[in-house]
Write a protein that binds this ligand. Sequence first.
Ligand SMILES: [Fe+2]
Length: 284
Amino acid sequence: MSSALDYGMRFGHTGVHGYNLKEAIQWHIDTFDMHAALDLGHNHGHSPMVQFVKVGDSRIELYEVKNGYPVSLHDMEQYICAKWTGLAVVEYDEWLKHAKEIGTKIIFEGDGMCMVNDPSGVPYKVKRDWLKEDTIYRGGKWGTRVESFAMTVYNIEETAFWYGEMFGFKRLPEEDYVCPKCGQKVGIIDLDNFRMELFENPDAKPFTLMDFEYFVGCKHLDIYMKDRAGWTEYMQTLKSQAPVIVSMANRQHPELGPLPHYVLDNNNYLMEMSDDGAYDRDKK
Ligand SMILES: [Fe+2]
């Protein structure tokens, strides 16, 4: 075995913190025609409530953090942290019309893309889907999938190397751009048409575990893998070896099976891994 892809990697879910879970679920239903999926209830560490929403085969894990503190887009540029979840929509124009009709808070509108806020002020990027193939990964009225995850990193190439070795992401230098809002260089890496947007800020302030638990915003990215035990051994042979921060792989959830584990990436940001298939039990 010579690549992370041998262990069956794919985009799993993004995690998002908000103030009110019910409100967040309803917003995803109303805005993107998602549906409420697996409810993890109180089973997830300190977080009082966790539930998934799903569209097609894409999932977002919503956490309720009643006493969380807000983080602005400006903060996200200055700290090592997740920035937003990106959605791609086939019928983008129709979707945008709908979003405006229902009063979605649009904070930026560009050519074939926009940024919106959920009720807690968490940013989401929405764009016209560039992927031509009719994959099974879309769902809802407008053909929607989770397409990207943005984060602030110290260095694009070092981060691309780390995510490449660890999970099989491919660097797409031809897709690089400079963010018109913050002026930061953005590098793109791809895992089977799911992309990470890496915003480069060499002077970013470090991320802390407190931030990870209590800020309101996009929180984490989870990669699903078919052979997590095999990958864990593989990972320890790499230059990128990641310290395992929390492993719950030997703890069983009644519906999900083995729980995820977390490792620190090269920016000291927490990444989550889960067994593929576990989260498919929310059939619909
Ligand atoms: Fe998660």
